[in-house]
Design a binder for this molecule. Sequence first.
Ligand SMILES: [Zn+2]
Length: 319
Amino acid sequence: MKKYSVGVDLGGTKILIALVDRNTGEVICHIKKKTKKQKGSENIIKKLVEGIEELFAESKVSLNDISSIGVGAAGQIDRVNGIIIGAPNLDCFDLNIKQVLIKHFNLPVFVGNDVEIAALGEQKFGAGKGCSDFVCIFVGTGVGSCIVKNDRIIYGATGTAGEIGHIIVDLNGRQCACGAHGCLEAYASRSAIETRIEGALKKGRKSVIQNYLEPGKSITSSMIQKSIEQEDELVLQCVTEASEYLSGGIASVINFINPQLIILGGGLIEAVDYFYQKTIKKARAKSLPVPASKIEFKKAALGDYSGVIGAAFLEERVL
Ligand SMILES: [Zn+2]
């Protein structure tokens, strides 16, 4: 077996590229590139190729020791042909990333989505290690999830299974970015909390979070955490409301799929323990008694690295 693989996590704000030891899951070397301003297929390809070349130069590893390159992107993916069908956050559409990378590096290339690679990372070396039956849920800008059953990811008929963010929690509710009304994502994501806080501030409510805000910049998970530490009434109210909705969505997943374990990750879960604790307590209370009695909850264990580690193991995935 070749010793290393390259894992790439292609996100809306950054590309993280890592050389991963295939035996231990250890990240040997990593390169980070910002994608915030220059997007579009050509820019993304340029940064990706440059980044992988830098990774090889810096780690001084021989190409003969590399098994494959795995790429996970936030968007809709054709896994069989290695095409990014649509990644609005990267302004990439119909990009055959597999072809491009094979041409540049002459290595096998595997492509998946961002939630799938994070779940694979957690399954191999993180909170899902040793568990064959779990659901990973990531809460940040949106709410994404991945279902693992009998050690295999469930993709569904069109490869889009696990879209927990678009479970409808309010029939006449807020409009979601997908066009529907009342999706979980419009209530339980960091962006949803941000919209609630900003709306209240505009109406004249006061909050300590105002001390951290910068014009034109988003409310971050760490600003939310700092405000909760100071028991800020408005932020506590908005976060509690979001956990009410998220726990409802998770209880539906528990009742419907009956997993052994739910792994929660993403920026908001990592930074705000209050949100995590409230959500898991309420999710258990809202589930049916039998699945609720057995369900286990864990926080994702690999942080920012779960995606690159998982991407490095996309070659083992069974489609
Ligand atoms: Zn939606």
